[in-house]
Design a protein around this ligand. Structure first.
Ligand SMILES: NC(=O)c1ccc[n+]([C@@H]2O[C@H](COP(=O)([O-])OP(=O)(O)OC[C@H]3O[C@@H](n4cnc5c(N)ncnc54)[C@H](OP(=O)(O)O)[C@@H]3O)[C@@H](O)[C@H]2O)c1
Length: 265
């Protein structure tokens, strides 16, 4: 697979809460999704319900839903907290309808179950996901914020084919889980190459150079199949595609990253 096709678009692109920059206008969001699809970025992640609703509206406006592979996590709209980013809720039967309505689609390409330690509840969620697969509402199932212990406790007949976790030069814990997942033939998806946009500011370097090095740090790893990054500006799509295509870090660039992680952690 060409390295640049490892990139996926993060749904935080469509919300204001987790970014520095002002929210992209609806027109800009449509243009960001169009540009991604034109540039072979087909994987689009949605975490919070607000992101699903935004993506649903975007696809209604631009068409092209069938060109994308949409991922959707179990974070739901809660009464009285419609404008907040609320924690995840384990999947229940009614959730799939809600998600499909928000996304304005017939099926979710990768349904992401947020991992947790209640193995009985997790088993129920995996069964529900299998049922939704049999009904054609879900195509694949992923485990999000997965840790090694969660994979080791999966039942024999589990449907999980994708694992997702934050993984970047500052946050390495997921490496062991990704290695294990790979051994079992799963697809590995690294989230948040920059931790957040404001981490790039904290480094005190030229932002574009910092983004380039941190993105290459993760995209160049054979262990990683996809990297999800949010891009609130269309220019960043091209910058990030170019960075991903630029090739492995040299020794000097590795030392720069080592100095950042030693300084900021
Ligand atoms: N981290 C988690 O725990 C987690 C959990 C579930 C899902 N995810 C998924 O992972 C995706 C990515 O996570 P994230 O948004 O937290 O972190 P990220 O992708 O590492 O950071 C994105 C931010 O980096 C900045 N940026 C991107 N490209 C840039 C460039 N070329 N030059 C300069 N700045 C650039 C922007 O910052 P500003 O807009 O702030 O300036 C952008 O919002 C999310 O959208 C979501 O789909 C993450």
């Amino acid at each position: 697979m060409p390295i640049h096709s490892k990139l996926g678009l993060g749904g935080h692109t469509f919300i204001a809460e987790l970014g520095n920059d002002p929210l992209a206008t609806f027109e800009e969001q449509c243009e960001i999704v169009r540009t991604c699809l034109n540039e072979s970025i087909h994987l689009i992640d949605t975490t919070y319900y607000q992101e699903r609703a935004a993506l649903g509206q975007i696809f209604t406006a631009i068409g092209r839903r069938e060109e994308a592979r949409v991922m959707a996590w179990n974070f739901f709209k809660e009464p009285g907290k419609e404008n907040e980013l609320v924690p995840f809720t384990p999947f229940e039967s009614a959730h799939i309808r809600q998600m499909l309505e928000e996304l304005q689609t017939d099926s979710i390409d990768i349904l992401v179950i947020h991992a947790h330690d209640d193995s009985v509840k997790l088993k129920q969620e995996l069964s529900l996901a299998k049922q939704w697969m049999s009904e054609g509402k879900v195509k694949k199932v992923g485990l999000g914020m997965a840790q090694l212990k969660h994979l080791q406790l999966l039942p024999d007949d589990h449907p999980v084919t994708h694992v997702l976790a934050p993984y970047n030069a500052f946050r390495l814990e997921a490496a062991e889980m990704f290695t294990y997942a790979r051994d079992y033939g799963m697809t590995t998806i690294a989230l948040s190459p920059f931790i957040r946009g404001w981490k790039l500011d904290e480094l005190g370097e030229q932002k574009s150079m910092a983004a380039d090095l941190l993105l290459r740090w993760v995209t160049q790893q054979p262990l990683i199949d996809h990297v999800i990054v949010s891009m609130r500006a269309k220019d960043w799509i091209h910058a990030n595609l170019q960075a991903a295509g630029r090739g492995p870090l040299n020794e000097k660039e590795r030392t720069i990253i080592d100095n950042w992680t030693a300084r900021i952690g």
